[in-house]
Design a protein around this ligand. Structure first.
Ligand code: TXA
Ligand code: MG
Length: 344
């Protein structure tokens, strides 16, 4: 299949909407990451998403909508709490899990009787949904298990030749995926931390539980979160703050990458080490300076992991972040990227 990549003009978005209506696959920007979209109510089209991504069929997709009323067509019961959350956070990076109606095919929800729904705020995503006039099922537009795509180029690297069209709307502003909130239980539970923080959710709905990322409970409740995920080819090592330099000493014979938040130029970078007479020759340490602000860090995260892969490092050392606000979503992705567990 020939994959087209087109800038996000009105004309090209209209073309993308036609592809969606005809049962094809379109990658498009959302405010979180790029999504790989198909008509959520068309079984054949949704099946193509799983094939293109090599995604296991029991890993449910998020259904994207343009208007709040569409929620009532997809979800059997919409509690007041869901409307309250929608009013506060939609359009935006919050996904709500609710009991599904019969209109939603089982392939879309990975066989579950619940459906995950969100209304994105990105103008290109909004326009695409308006013009296609169908709910769009869209997982992140990466090969299964890889870091999510935050640019059209990332989508191209992972999916060229497997999908019809990539709409290029530039880098995505948030950089980590939406928060997935399960409203079928009491109190509601965050299945995946994301762009809307736990602190923000608690302000609106009071008590909210957070599913611990790597538990077996997590595997049961949110099938897509059970595997090693968001992972570059290199091995990711998550270390305590301020210890990256010491940890690097263990990797004197391999090419390593490091993500650190610190002053620039960083003492770990190659010229600095050479000045100090250390490791001037031999395998290189590639330092990516990450921003102090959690928002900026999140925006940069997946691209940084992909960049280090492209530079051929064998190990990526990452310093842990504070687990508050967006730090929870970032740490969740880093933990999964560093997990060595790989089922099935
Ligand atoms: O920000 C996002 O959410 C991006 C953009 C494209 O919207 N999409 C995204 O989709 O991250 P995906 O497929 O990569 O992740 C969807 C997550 C998975 O962890 C999946 O298990 C969970 O949502 N999920 C989907 N439907 C579910 C359901 N019915 N019950 C529980 N978890 C569900
Ligand atoms: Mg994903």
């Amino acid at each position: 299949m020939r994959t087209e990549i087109l800038p996000a003009t009105e004309e090209h978005i209209a073309r993308a909407a036609e592809v969606i209506r005809a049962g094809g696959l379109v990658a498009f920007p959302t405010e979180t990451v790029y999504g790989l979209g198909a008509d959520a109510l068309n079984e054949e089209a949704v099946r193509k998403i799983f094939l293109a991504k090599e995604r296991p069929p029991d890993d449910p997709l998020i259904v994207h909508i343009a208007f709040a009323q569409q929620l009532a067509q997809l979800a059997r019961q919409v509690p007041q709490r869901a409307w309250d959350l929608a009013e506060k956070f939609w359009p935006g990076p919050l996904t709500l899990v609710l009991p599904k109606t019969d209109r939603v095919p089982a392939v879309t929800t990975g066989g579950l009787d619940t459906v995950a729904v969100r209304m994105p705020s990105h103008p290109v995503a909004k326009r695409l949904m308006e013009l296609s006039a169908v709910p769009i099922a869209a997982p992140s537009a990466n090969r299964f298990g890889r870091p999510s795509s935050t640019t059209a180029q990332h989508v191209w690297e992972d999916l060229a030749g497997r999908i019809d069209l990539i709409v290029d709307g530039g880098p995505t502003p948030i950089g980590v995926e939406s928060t997935v909130l399960d409203l079928t239980q009491e109190p509601p539970m965050v299945l995946r931390p994301g762009g809307v923080t736990l602190e923000e959710l608690r302000k609106v709905v009071g008590e909210v539980h957070l599913l611990s990322s790597c538990s077996s409970e997590a595997a049961k409740r949110s099938p897509g979160t059970r595997w090693r995920h968001y992972a570059p080819r290199a091995k990711v090592l998550l270390v305590e703050q301020g210890t990256a330099e010491a940890v690097l000493e263990r990797f004197r014979s391999v090419r390593v990458g490091v993500l650190v938040r610190g002053p620039h130029p960083h003492p770990l970078s190659r010229p600095q080490r050479r000045e100090r007479g250390e490791r001037g020759e031999g395998p290189e340490v590639i330092v990516i300076q990450m921003p102090r602000s959690l928002r900026e860090y999140a925006r940069r995260l997946f691209a940084a992991l992909r960049e280090l892969d492209a530079q051929g490092v064998e190990v990526i050392v990452v310093e842990k972040l504070e687990e508050r606000g967006l730090g929870r979503a970032i740490m969740d992705r880093l933990r999964r990227a560093s997990s060595s567990e790989r089922e099935a």
